[in-house]
Write a protein that binds this ligand. Structure first.
Ligand code: HEC
Ligand code: HEC
Ligand code: HEC
Length: 134
């Protein structure tokens, strides 16, 4: 696609405002969260932001009611990938991935009453905080 030269700055601004350019841009408007340890996400992050609750509940029903596993949107897999490099958790502060955004959005999150909020490959507090996975 080629836009006339005089339109290009305008087009760039529109793309930035729409958040099309990069995830970082849209995220800058929201809470500052721990980066994922790996990627890509199980769905497009833009889709995930809006629909993660539907995916999670759908796959929970598959497992709990229909005995299907493994599932694509496994809660423990979210935790493994989105846990903090420092303490291996998705809860604990406003930087922690699940808690940070939920506090920001004022949405209660009770899944971790039962499910582990710590990654299965822990980075212990005593380990050097290099972000290297063990
Ligand atoms: C293999 C790693 C991986 C897995 C597994 C994973 N994600 Fe992601 N997720 C990412 C990456 C990478 C991004 C892009 C943003 C980033 O780098 O932190 C992302 C983005 C997101 C976003 C958008 C965040 C934002 O700031 O807009 C949400 C919400 C999300 N993931 C929820 C989940 C949930 C819920 C699960 C489990 C069903 C999950 N993710 C599983 C790697 C993963
Ligand atoms: C980028 C922000 C963001 C991140 C990161 C995020 N959430 Fe959410 N989550 C929301 C918002 C906003 C809602 C409410 C959406 C609605 O009600 O339409 C929500 C709703 C939910 C719900 C449904 C709650 C209910 O009572 O119906 C679940 C479950 C959930 N999130 C799980 C998670 C888990 C687990 C993580 C971490 C892996 C996570 N979320 C990370 C923003 C986020
Ligand atoms: C009362 C305890 C309890 C609560 C609260 C709970 N779960 Fe579960 N969940 C279970 C049990 C038990 C299983 C089946 C055993 C397993 O796979 O861990 C399960 C399975 C799942 C699975 C499929 C297994 C997997 O790989 O992840 C998903 C997805 C899931 N739950 C999501 C959620 C979400 C999202 C919430 C919060 C809205 C939630 N659960 C709240 C007990 C609970």
């Amino acid at each position: 696609m080629t836009a006339p030269t005089f339109l290009r700055p305008l087009l760039a601004a529109v793309l930035l405002l729409a958040g099309v350019a990069a995830g970082e841009v849209t995220r800058a408007a929201g809470p500052a969260l721990d980066p994922a340890r790996a990627g890509p996400c199980v769905e497009d992050p833009k889709l995930m932001r809006r629909l993660h609750m539907e995916f999670l509940k759908h796959d929970r029903d598959d497992t709990v009611r229909r005995g299907i596993r493994p599932v694509k949107h496994s809660l423990s897999a979210c935790v493994d990938c989105h846990a903090s490099a420092k303490d291996g958790r998705v809860l604990g502060s406003e930087r922690h991935f699940c808690q940070g955004c939920h506090t920001y959005a004022a949405v209660k999150l009770d899944c971790f009453d039962c499910h582990a909020a710590t990654a299965r490959q822990p980075v212990t507090a005593s380990a050097p905080t290099t972000g290297v996975r063990q």
